[in-house]
Design a protein around this ligand. Structure first.
Ligand code: ADP
Ligand code: ASP
Ligand code: MG
Length: 437
């Protein structure tokens, strides 16, 4: 059995849904769907109005969205019977959203509102397949996808509940389920963060020991650079799990950063495929390394770097521990670290406690902060004994001021910190020196 996940654009219109149906019918797989593109953003906007106690503002967007779905339904189904059925079902979700325009609105209600997008898209697909005569079954994510008290997925629970559901519906031709949504440790509706449908797919894949996890999106696999900033990028055919994880974490939006680990732990290959061009080979992510190659570049925005310079660091033990402890006390993860004999620089992307952190660090030395930075991450076979790769990367950036360089933390990457204003230039320079020469 495989797990196939289709993102927002892949189910973004009635026609796209029909195209997806063609791709999935005929195999007894589990299909994870996102909300139709734009829907989660609209639900966020609705929630925003409700937080601001503006029910009229919220209702306006709800009505527009409901109207849009009416159009999708008319286009998707061919029989009146199914148009009617779909309209009745979808109305219950919109009615549910409307109940929140009258009451207190908190984080809890917001999560319920955000969950409606995936509930709607899966209901629509399930009914469409049934109209085509396929014995399609909905696996409700809210019955098997759960996080624990640390907000981490609970793999044992997921596996148990999912196998029960699969056993209950073992005669189904195909299974449809919601990405992104889950319940938390207290049984409340929650989610796996924006873009989290990829995570659902890999958690489901791990739970059922899937033969493969496929992430279907609007581009033919992981490209060697960010196509939103660089022209002439090309697909990378093969990536190691670690390379994919680095790229996803450092900004390659095609994959949610959390989605690699469950696949890697269970050694399940992840294939990235294009719904618009299904015959394209895409990218396969597995345990194999392609030797002697730089594979791809990605960039992570909104980074802050902090430098602590201190004479006391010279020949002292325990200095780094004290510095790191401060970040730990404020639950602020560090991405990059570089050191010299008299100082250390680190980067963070969560600025919530920046002021307190800087205050505390001042006990140990002179503190300098640089904001609006980006981490540019170059991924490939960067084992230290390979010669020349670091030199090519640095050479590519010879016209661009580089604030930090980190190499040797893994066999797979070099990270460089540059100003946000230089991001595009840095990405382009790396592409032309590393891939287009
Ligand atoms: P989905 O809605 O299917 O989850 P996303 O928008 O989350 O799709 O991810 C696909 C998008 O990721 C692409 O359209 C592309 O613009 C962007 N992207 C960023 N970096 C890369 C990369 N290195 N390779 C491919 N796509 C990338
Ligand atoms: N619909 C959610 C979002 O837009 C989850 C996803 O698409 O992965 O973030
Ligand atoms: Mg996505």
């Amino acid at each position: 059995m495989k797990v196939l996940k289709f993102g927002g654009t892949s189910v973004g219109s009635a026609q796209r849904m029909k195209d997806v149906a063609k791709l999935i019918v005929g195999n007894r797989d589990i299909v994870v769907l996102s909300a139709m593109s734009g829907t989660t953003n609209s639900l966020v906007e609705i929630s925003d109005y409700l937080y601001k106690k503006n029910p009229d503002g919220a209702n306006e967007i709800i009505n527009k969205l409901a109207q849009k779905y009416d159009g999708h339904i008319d286009e998707l189904y061919s029989t009146n019977e199914y148009k009617q059925k779909a309209k009745e079902q979808i109305k219950t979700y919109f009615d549910h959203i409307r109940t929140f325009t009258k009451d207190l609105f908190t984080l809890f209600e917001e999560k319920v509102v955000l969950a409606q997008g995936e509930l709607i898209s899966t209901a629509m697909m399930n009914l469409y397949l049934q109209e085509l005569g396929v014995n399609s079954v909905l696996l409700p994510a809210l019955e098997y996808m759960r996080t624990d008290k640390n907000a981490e997925p609970d793999p044992l629970y997921i596996k148990e509940q999912l196998s029960k559901l699969l056993e209950e519906y073992k005669d189904a031709d195909i299974y449809i389920t919601q990405g992104y949504i889950c319940r938390n440790a207290y049984g409340e509706i929650d989610n796996l963060q924006r873009g989290g449908s990829d995570y659902t797919a890999s958690l489901v894949g791990a739970a059922i020991h899937a033969e493969e996890i496929q992430i279907w999106t609007d581009i033919d696999g992981m490209h060697n650079n960010d196509p939103r900033y660089v022209d002439n990028t090309s697909p990378v055919r093969q990536l190691h799990f670690e390379e994919a994880a680095e790229l996803a974490y450092f900004g390659a939006k095609i994959l949610h950063p959390t989605c690699i680990l469950p696949a890697k732990l269970n050694n399940i290959p992840v294939r990235l495929l294009n719904t618009i061009q299904p015959e394209a080979p895409g990218t396969i992510i597995s345990n194999e390394t392609e030797k002697g190659k730089i594979k791809a570049v990605a960039a992570k925005d909104n980074i802050t770097s902090i430098k602590i310079k201190s004479g006391r660091m010279l020949l002292a033990t325990g200095f780094l521990r004290k510095v790191f402890e401060i970040f730990e006390n404020y639950q602020t993860p560090i991405d990059m670290v570089t050191t010299s004999e008299v100082g250390v620089s680190v980067t963070i992307d969560n600025r919530k406690h920046l002021e307190e952190i800087v205050d505390d660090l001042k006990k140990f030395g002179t503190v300098t902060v640089d904001e609006e930075m980006v981490i540019v991450c170059v991924v490939g076979d960067l084992e230290w004994e390979n010669i020349g790769f670091e030199a090519r990367i640095i050479h590519a950036l010879k016209e661009i001021p580089v604030r930090m360089i980190s190499y040797g933390g893994s066999n797979y990457n070099v990270s460089l910190l540059v100003k946000s204003a230089d991001k595009k230039r840095a990405l382009q320079a790396l592409s032309s020196h590393l891939f287009n020469d």
